[in-house]
Ligand binder design. Sequence first.
Ligand SMILES: Nc1nc2c(ncn2[C@@H]2O[C@H](COP(=O)(O)OP(=O)(O)OP(=O)(O)O)[C@@H](O)[C@H]2O)c(=O)[nH]1
Ligand SMILES: [Mg+2]
Length: 295
Amino acid sequence: MNGSFHSGFVAIVGRANVGKSTLLNAMLGQKLAIVSPKPHTTRHKLLGVLNGEGFQAALLDTPGFLRRGRDQLDAAMSRQMASALADADLAVLVVEPRPPGDVERLLVDQISASGTPILLALNKIDSVAKRKLLPVIEAYTVLHDFVDIVPLSATEKDGVDVLLRQLAERLPAQEALFAPEVLTDRPVSLLCADMIQEKVFLLYEQEIPYDVAVEIEEYEERAEGQADLVRATIYVDTPSQKRLLIGAGGSALKEVGVQARADIEQLVGGPVYVELWVKVSPKWRRKAGFIQRMV
Ligand SMILES: Nc1nc2c(ncn2[C@@H]2O[C@H](COP(=O)(O)OP(=O)(O)OP(=O)(O)O)[C@@H](O)[C@H]2O)c(=O)[nH]1
Ligand SMILES: [Mg+2]
């Protein structure tokens, strides 16, 4: 890096499930974004501010690319990705270690049309043999004039420092955009909702996670030494989903609470009491007003 300070917005984009949120967390060195093995876990853009030596990167995690939206939630997720890109000084396109597919081509076209430089993060290199990487890198080199192509593993934290160095150099030479203590602009109550949503993604199968939305009814900060209270409603689409979510004797829902609580306590740095309620809200994915409250 030269002598001047660099800062700017970086949109982390790509196909669903390629590891965008895992990469955000790896860059920040802490868990902020939710992660699951199921595609389309992330529903909104999420700012994570990283302060490094001589730079500040305002990193924006985004929902996985959706080609054709089916409902209001899909539309909202697509808008979230587009708005992160519109703000970005630089895009990090996250891909898996295989040759570019339709989605990657489309994204490259879309981003480069707006003139935003693209850094390619070739993630999950821990999952393939080294000799398989070279042809992938070649295919991407032909596709577009990327700022750089960085092979990495977000889960192993291998190559993440290289990506950060590349990224920092490409940000505009300007003062920091956020005060040094700012990690995100997402209120803690919404981060709690995210953590609960993540546990639903991890603990339930089939369509359930996709038909679940979480709303925090109350986040009550208590005095020093007492646990904060998080009261959340988990919305589902149908009564049978409500039964499944709650489980026999409430056992399944209890597990959601136990696991979410551990993450929330880490986030707020103190004891937390999590109270969960389940409500049926038929076809909420199609209701623009409802989505606006959640995303
Ligand atoms: N082997 C391996 N798995 C990874 C790596 N990075 C992420 N994953 C896994 O890939 C899955 C998806 O990770 P996410 O971070 O949720 O992916 P995403 O791109 O944010 O997904 P959406 O939000 O659904 O678009 C999870 O099971 C991660 O553990 C990696 O470097 N190596
Ligand atoms: Mg994600």
